[in-house]
Design a binder for this molecule. Structure first.
Ligand code: SF4
Ligand code: SF4
Length: 380
């Protein structure tokens, strides 16, 4: 049975959060039973982009500080870091307010700018390129943010370790694993390889809607802690009234032995008082984002990204991050005075463009024909 601790935390106040996290870890057996004292520990927040903490796209510095303070007080050798989707890891950590906290505790950043390829016997892949920082660490504490996600529906404990894949390699992984299901299998392969020791999710202010970068901050008033990332994300799902069996990260996570979405013991606060049925997220089953049997109709069936032209600043970041060699999103005739345009027959629906647009100009929607086909259950 996987233990999951639910804490009620209504504000980013270190004096209130720190003792609660300490109590929760003691409920899980105490920090030294989870990570032996001699281990060098990597703290892995979500630093998807350099953005202000108020946007709720990244792990809040106060949650990071509470965990760092606890580790330092217990004399652990700690470092931190994450590889953002775009930008220099140190500069991004500074913009998110994490570096300032780390500096206060004389905590260095790890090497997330370069990495090496590891061989593994995975379900989706037999190789992954992982940041050097991972190989410096004896143990990892995962510090995800509670957010919606266009491809996997949520990003929490199972998805956050994807930040150990270096920089643009993350986008390239979407070209390798072109649908939500084999991408989820790859995430499970990665998590099984990393063997993360502890997961502490920041859900005090979560992100709903157009996540994981451009969604809407919304209070969920919680921190969730577990040694089992699948169980933790299952509790996150229940809080937002989302059936965990609709997510391939949950079903593969349980099937491949990463954790359990069924066999959970909740400690701490009672879950029902956190349930937010209005949390803005699709609650249907995650769709296969590969081609459908409908051939030429594909582009009218699959949920697609689109640009709200009025918000587009023509910066071209979406074009740069499209992982396909033959880009599915380009400036027509290289004309950067108008927004780029999609070629939906090429697009693999990885949503990297939606994730990385700095101006929230890209959203996603299922076309009308797709809604009919899915509504009639002609496709799962
Ligand atoms: S990233 Fe966003 S703002 Fe920049 S060109 Fe693309 S849609 Fe426009
Ligand atoms: S256009 Fe966007 S969703 Fe389509 S393949 Fe490129 S980055 Fe992915």
């Amino acid at each position: 049975m996987s233990k999951v601790v639910i804490l009620r935390c209504k504000e980013y106040d270190l004096d209130k959060i720190y003792p609660k996290i300490k109590w929760a870890i003691n409920e899980l057996g105490g920090i030294e039973s989870i990570i032996p004292k001699s281990k060098k520990v990597l703290l892995k927040p979500n630093l998807v982009v350099g953005t202000d903490k108020k946007n709720a796209a990244t792990t809040h510095p106060v949650v990071f500080e509470a965990v760092l303070k606890l580790m330092k007080e217990n004399d652990y050798d700690v470092f931190y870091g994450d590889s953002p989707g775009i930008g220099n890891p140190t500069k991004v950590a500074a913009k998110c307010g994490i570096k300032e906290v780390a500096d206060k505790y004389n905590t260095p950043i790890g090497d997330f700018a370069s990495g090496k390829t590891v061989e593994l016997e995975g379900h989706a892949t037999n190789s992954l390129e992982i940041a050097n920082a991972v190989f410096e660490a004896d143990a990892i504490i995962n510090l995800p943010k509670m957010k919606s996600h266009a491809l996997q529906r949520i990003t929490g404990a199972v998805k956050n370790p994807f930040g150990t894949v270096v920089g643009f390699n993350k986008a390239k992984m979407h070209a390798r694993f072109q649908n939500a299901y084999n991408f989820a299998e790859m995430l499970i392969d990665l998590d099984l390889y990393l063997k993360i020791d502890l997961h502490i999710l920041d859900g005090i202010i979560a992100m709903e809607g157009n996540g994981p970068r451009n969604g809407t901050p919304t209070p969920m008033n919680t921190i969730i802690i577990s040694k089992d990332p699948v169980a933790l994300d299952a509790v996150f799902c229940k809080m937002i009234d989302l059936d965990p069996t609709r997510l391939p990260t949950m079903t593969y996570g349980q099937e491949y032995g990463l954790g359990s979405y069924e066999d959970i013991e909740i400690i701490g606060e009672e879950i029902n008082s956190f349930i937010n049925k209005e949390f803005d997220i699709p609650r249907d089953k995650v769709k296969h984002t590969e081609k459908t049997p409908f051939g030429l109709l594909n582009k009218h069936v699959l949920r697609k990204p689109y640009i709200k032209e009025i918000d587009c600043k023509k910066c071209g970041i979406c074009v740069d991050v499209c992982p396909l060699d033959d880009k599915a999103l380009t400036f027509n005739n290289d004309d950067k005075s108008v927004p780029p345009v999609y070629d939906y027959s090429k697009c693999i629906r990885c949503y990297c463009c939606q994730e990385m647009c700095p101006y929230s100009a890209i959203q996603t929607k299922t076309p009308f024909i797709g809604k009919v086909i899915y509504g009639l259950k002609l496709l799962k």
